[in-house]
Write a protein that binds this ligand. Sequence first.
Ligand SMILES: [Cu+2]
Length: 328
Amino acid sequence: MSSTEITASAGGNAPAEPRHGLRLFVISFVLALAADLVIWFAWYPHMPPGRMSDSAKHQQFDIAVLAISAAPVIIFVLVYFIYAIVVWRARPGDDSDGTPIYGNVKVQATWIIATSAIVLWLFVFGTVELVIPYGAGAGEGPSPIWKPAGTQSATWTPGANDMLQVQVIGQQWTFTYRYPQFGGMESTELMLPVDTPVTFHVTSLDVIHSFWAYLLGVKADANPQVDNVAYTTAKQLGGFTVRCNELCGIWHGAMFNSGTVLSQTAFQSWASGVQAKEQADGVLAALPPYALTYDPTVIPQLGKNLPTIDGITGAAGYYYEPSNPVTP
Ligand SMILES: [Cu+2]
């Protein structure tokens, strides 16, 4: 509502109207600049999910940029609100109505241009931030559009720029991790080498779960019979937690385990060690051959002598007997 009209309707010899629009702009601009500086320099470095991987870094950057974009809008709305209450409130004894308003080209044009600019900016920024970090740490389905650089190979060696393949298997109510480049060995801890592009192949044996390595900025649905691919590159050594992020049954809340980012050589010796141990104690032979999805249905096996491997395959740990055991 234009203040000129209010003053006019109030009657009286009002002095020349101050330039309210300019005042609002200057107050909002100064406050927004201050807020954005605080966000960028004080808050951004502490924003979730941290900087443990390249996808986490990108997410932290995205949150900071969105906060910086949102702060001026919020500040303008609040400044306008307070300014209107203070400057344009009804004075004591003034019972008159405001003058009806029929359009204001300047305000309408500003509104349409400003909101269009904000929406277009968010569209462009969001698209770039989806493409640059190869799907932003989310599952891209079985055939990803965006892939990081790195050679796909049947083995993994430190420093060779090989992509590390890790299969994440969700089941009620745990995650296990298979490493096809290490004989298809299976672990209950997610070990990763630092500075190495990792391809996660996320799948499930039963219901829909969601693989969420929060500190790595990776979250991908684990669907039965689906190979959901997600990428990240760990950038810092240390431990992290993996949680299920899809309500998947009564023990969903207890469905978590942990992982560690190791140096490349420490990772290689860990992985070869587990592979050798699982080969020696028969676990590799008992596991089904590595595949992108598994069918743990027991019906075709009724009446057969099924292997149950507690702790490796979970409570409902029935699999087909491997017809073609993995012998690395
Ligand atoms: Cu789950």
